[in-house]
Design a protein around this ligand. Structure first.
Ligand SMILES: [Zn+2]
Length: 238
């Protein structure tokens, strides 16, 4: 049907150009036009569709991950909250963040299981509340939170190329900045979910504002685990 429409437009165009064709000559010309559509226009359209698809695929690719991961995996994650440091203030966010990782919704599944424990002797993630001064020596008090990984008590520095695993991670909440009235509850929850993503082994995804692993300073538009983040967890631990 659309070939008919293109033909009609082409014939109108020929009329406009003052070209008149009748009978066999017209039929021959129509066949040439159909040939041209099949040889040139269809492959070009296909190329355009493929280009659009491939750009969408790049956009929807998994969140980048470190080469390493939690030594014990994610099916028995244990979280310790350091109440001595003031974590009772932020407990609610950690509970909600854990819930979001275990069940990100929209039919997403992953192997993550989390329990809260009262000792950090063998826990996977330890949360501490810190004031901004904790970071002032490193020159930044704009930090919202930070995750550090440890292997047998020694801090390790995960990267895409390092496959070193970590026994546990420590997550530091910047109490000073979490208390700012300009810092919303949604941002606070998103920040904790983001840090837990690091502890699981996910890296930043600053080219995708629709990933929980996009940094706030890069305009993250979401505050919950997204498909690209959940897929990265499954790629790492399944
Ligand atoms: Zn981060």
């Amino acid at each position: 049907m659309w070939i008919d429409i293109i033909l009609k437009i082409y014939i109108i165009h020929l009329d406009y150009m003052g070209i008149e064709m009748k009978g066999k000559l017209m039929k021959k010309h129509q066949n040439e036009v159909i040939n041209k559509i099949i040889r040139v226009i269809l492959p070009m359209s296909l190329c355009a569709v493929l280009m659009i698809c491939s750009s969408l695929c790049i956009y929807a690719s998994n969140t980048p991950a470190y080469g390493g991961k939690i030594t014990r995996g994610v099916s028995n994650v244990t979280i310790y909250l350091d109440y001595n440091s003031g974590m009772a203030n932020w407990e609610n966010y950690v509970v909600k963040a854990a819930d979001n990782w275990v069940d990100p919704g929209s039919g997403m599944t992953n192997p993550i299981k989390i329990t809260f424990v009262s000792s950090n002797s063998a826990s996977t993630m330890d949360f501490y509340s810190k004031s901004s001064s904790f970071w002032s020596s490193s020159g930044s008090t704009t930090v919202l939170a930070e995750t550090r990984m440890f292997s047998k008590g020694t801090r390790i520095y995960p990267s895409a190329s390092s496959t070193t695993t970590w026994n546990y991670a420590e997550i530091y909440i910047n109490d000073t900045n979490f208390r700012l009235s300009s810092f919303s509850n949604e941002q606070a929850l998103g920040t904790v979910i983001h840090e837990m993503g690091h502890a699981f082994g996910l890296a930043h995804y600053n080219t995708n504002v629709n990933s929980i692993m996009c940094q706030t300073s890069y305009g993250r538009a979401v505050q919950r685990v997204q498909k690209c983040d959940n897929d990265a967890i499954n790629a790492k631990y399944n």
